[in-house]
Ligand binder design. Structure first.
Ligand SMILES: C[S@@+](CC[C@H](N)C(=O)[O-])C[C@H]1O[C@@H](n2cnc3c(N)ncnc32)[C@H](O)[C@@H]1O
Length: 302
């Protein structure tokens, strides 16, 4: 006998509101990513955080606002091992991570790049209050504005997933790092591709909803890092810790999908790049519970 899973039911709900074929054809290229962050900013500010555009790491299994700081606390602990260091944040977003660190380590210099002007506007405001934080427009695939062997620490939080050429980013991070320097990557990945047709569809919809071309398998990412010359210093599976944030996103998405007419109506009013966030919220927690997704804190050493 065939039992419809939550994911099966949700894929049907999505089909009732959207044209599934069109959703599966979304091309999350650089322009799409920029537009996504330009129009989704208000969503993050209203429903999540006006500063941190990443999930909380809730080590006690319950979401608190302070859990949004946990990713940057991981970076802080590693930074404590350096003196007067230069640190680079890839995809610095609204600058909350580097701003926090710049206050903690006033003798360090923090640099940040991001492709979204809208996100960076928030970072520039923070820069006024932290003279040792220097955010700038830039693509993490090309760090040519920085010389070889410049930084003690490079880090990236929930952003490398946007890249379809992680090898290039790893190479650039390796080039600008000093020998013995650390590259810390905190991000979500695919653990298994999903077994049923609808699970595979749900993975694609979740990626598209967050302006990703797809999710990379964690083991493949690590292989690329090692191939680039990095040593894997530590790996922490923090999947369970991000579930509380995912459940909040799921709650919001369920409200959107509850009445088909309402979902259709809202979809007509707001930009699609903003509305598609609901797809990620709808599936992410469920796919994570099924161990299809994993969330990893990876510390690489040059
Ligand atoms: C989910 S947000 C995370 C922002 C920040 N790291 C944080 O933790 O709050 C992802 C960020 O990645 C940036 N991004 C995406 N692709 C990028 C690229 N190729 N180069 C630089 N930044 C990029 C986006 O503009 C966005 O600010």
């Amino acid at each position: 006998m065939y039992f419809e899973s939550k994911i099966d039911k949700r894929v049907q709900k999505v089909k009732a509101i959207f044209d599934l074929k069109r959703l599966l054809e979304i091309n999350a290229d650089k322009n799409y990513i920029k537009k996504y962050y330009a129009v989704s900013g208000i969503f993050y500010s209203l429903f999540h955080s006006s500063d941190f555009i990443h999930m909380g790491i809730s080590r006690d299994g319950r979401y608190k606002r302070s859990d949004l700081l946990e990713a940057v606390r991981v970076i802080e602990k590693k930074a404590e091992n350096f003196k007067n260091a230069d640190v680079l944040e890839l995809a610095t977003g609204r600058g909350a991570n580097s701003f926090y660190l710049a206050k903690k380590f006033p003798e360090f210099e923090f640099f940040g790049v991001d492709i979204s002007k809208e996100q960076l506007n928030h970072a520039y405001n923070k820069q006024k209050k932290a003279p040792n934080y220097h955010p700038d427009l830039g693509d993490f695939h090309n760090l040519s504005k920085f010389k070889d062997n410049t930084f003690e620490l490079v880090f990236v939080i929930e952003s490398l997933c946007h890249s379809t050429n992680k090898q290039k980013v790893l190479k650039e991070a390796g080039r600008v790092l000093k020998k013995g320097g650390l590259f810390i990557v905190i991000d979500g990945y695919l653990n298994t591709p999903g077994t049923t047709e609808n699970e595979k569809i749900a993975v694609k919809l979740t990626a598209a909803g967050m302006a990703l071309k797809g999710f990379e398998h964690y083991k493949i990412f690590v292989k690329k890092a090692v191939k680039t010359g990095f040593k894997v210093l530590s790996e922490e599976d923090a999947t369970e810790c991000v579930l509380p944030t995912m459940k909040w996103f799921e709650f919001l998405a369920k409200c959107f999908f509850y009445y088909t007419w309402l979902g259709k109506f809202i979809s007509k009013i707001f930009p699609k790049e903003f509305i598609y966030n609901a797809l990620s919220g709808y599936f992410l927690a469920e796919l994570t519970k099924k161990k299809i997704f994993t969330y990893m804190i990876t510390v690489l050493k040059k």
